[in-house]
Design a binder for this molecule. Structure first.
Ligand SMILES: Cc1cc2nc3c(=O)[nH]c(=O)nc-3n(C[C@H](O)[C@H](O)[C@H](O)COP(=O)(O)OP(=O)(O)OC[C@H]3O[C@@H](n4cnc5c(N)ncnc54)[C@H](O)[C@@H]3O)c2cc1C
Length: 362
């Protein structure tokens, strides 16, 4: 489902047809791109995808909805850069109607009784992907009917996603739970049936929006579980470094095979245990990272802290790409490729988008 060879990834960009996207994207079988695992892992950028579609001759208007979604990615990243650690807490408002800080067991066990949702959870664990609209339903069931605080369920989803991106993840969970938006997002069974082509009735969501908004936690969601998510990182290898060369540091958010490709450099994939303890990723995602890393010639894997790598390198010519999780890196910071030059915190996406749109519209 998600090839890791760079040429296959470029082919996926090329094969993507953005024209039916706006009308179909909310449906289970809609024409979505499935590019997020590659964008999240820093193999390709939002700018690269946009430029490619533009070069293929699509008019801006015909691809605008898709480009707007690419801008959501940049937007959440900019919020993360601006707010830092604050995104790990309720950002705009305190989440209302919270009963616990655990995980509803029925979501862990895919036994909520909402058939398409349960299948999607099983599929997430098998494939590492979940459709955007389904992510919204799952988050709403966990936080708004199950009354969980958003943080732990968000970590659970992040753990399983190949496209795990803490900004898109945490801030979307908060958007659904009402701590990063003005109201909680709610869907009923009829809406789920429409977009996921099911005909189920009689579930706890088979009622009106008004009733769902007032609902107590349904019995099926009342059992909760503590989570202890662990990342299994590869074993540390002995790395061979040429001390006369600079070093390019890659990580789980930067696996760009074209980055400084024409320079002679040591290339090291740095996996920091402390970072994975804080933002755990499951085995599938870690394997995905290792497979994508094979696109980078001569890359060696180093499991340890940035400081311990720096001690081995013993020189200051360390290159890395800007990212909110790399604040403790030292060396020469390269910028990421964004859709536009719009930076900083915008409380509303549409204010951000309007500025971005003005700059990139052609
Ligand atoms: C609760 C919840 C959790 C999420 N967690 C993550 C996450 O951990 N990692 C992640 O990459 N995305 C996350 N998203 C956003 C979105 O669901 C995925 O980016 C999208 O489903 C990826 O599939 P696609 O590439 O086929 O998207 P497409 O619909 O084809 O969109 C194209 C690209 O636009 C960007 N994009 C689209 N929708 C969004 C969005 N809502 N927010 C940010 N960027 C978007 C992505 O880069 C995506 O690849 C989350 C959304 C919700 C509601």
């Amino acid at each position: 489902m998600f090839p890791t060879n760079y040429n296959d990834i470029l082919e996926r960009i090329d094969n993507f047809n953005p024209l039916p996207y706006a009308k179909t994207r909310n449906f289970a079988d809609g024409a979505v791109s499935r590019l997020s695992p590659y964008i999240s892992r820093g193999v390709i950028s939002t700018q690269q995808v946009f430029r490619h579609l533009k070069a293929k001759g699509h008019s801006f208007e015909s691809i605008e909805k898709f480009v707007q979604e690419l801008a959501w990615r940049d937007y959440w990243q900019q919020v993360w850069i601006a707010k830092g650690e604050a995104i790990n807490h309720d950002l705009k408002h305190t989440q209302g109607d919270v009963m616990h800080h655990k995980m509803p067991t029925a979501l862990l066990e895919a036994s909520t009784g909402i058939d398409v949702l349960d299948s999607a959870i099983n599929e997430l664990e098998e494939t590492g992907y979940m459709h955007n609209h389904m992510r919204m339903y799952v988050a709403s069931v966990a936080c708004n009917q199950g009354k969980a605080h958003w943080f732990l369920p968000a970590q659970w989803m992040y753990y399983h996603l190949l496209d795990a991106d803490w900004a898109s993840n945490a801030l979307s969970w908060q958007w659904v739970a009402g701590s990063n938006s003005n109201k909680k997002y709610i869907a009923n069974q009829e809406n789920i049936n429409k977009f996921f082509h099911s005909k189920q009735t009689g579930t706890f969501l088979d009622t009106t929006y008004e009733e769902i908004a007032q609902m107590n936690c349904p019995d099926v969601l009342s059992e909760t579980t503590d989570l202890n998510l662990q990342s299994e990182l590869p074993k540390t290898q002995q790395i061979q470094l040429n001390v006369n060369l600079p070093t390019c540091v890659y990580n789980e958010y930067n696996l760009d095979p074209e980055w400084r490709i024409n320079e002679q450099a040591n290339r090291v994939l740095l996996l920091e245990p402390e970072r994975f303890a804080k933002y755990p990723m499951g085995n599938k995602t870690i394997q995905f990272v290792s497979d994508l890393a094979k696109n980078i010639q001569g890359l060696q894997v180093f499991v340890g802290s940035f400081d311990s790598l720096k001690n081995i390198l013993g020189n200051e010519r360390i290159y890395y790409k800007e990212h909110p999780l790399n604040k403790h890196y030292q060396g020469i910071e390269d910028q990421r490729d964004w859709l536009s030059s719009v930076t900083g915190y915008y409380p509303s996406f549409f204010k951000f988008w309007n500025k971005c749109r003005k700059e990139i519209k052609y």
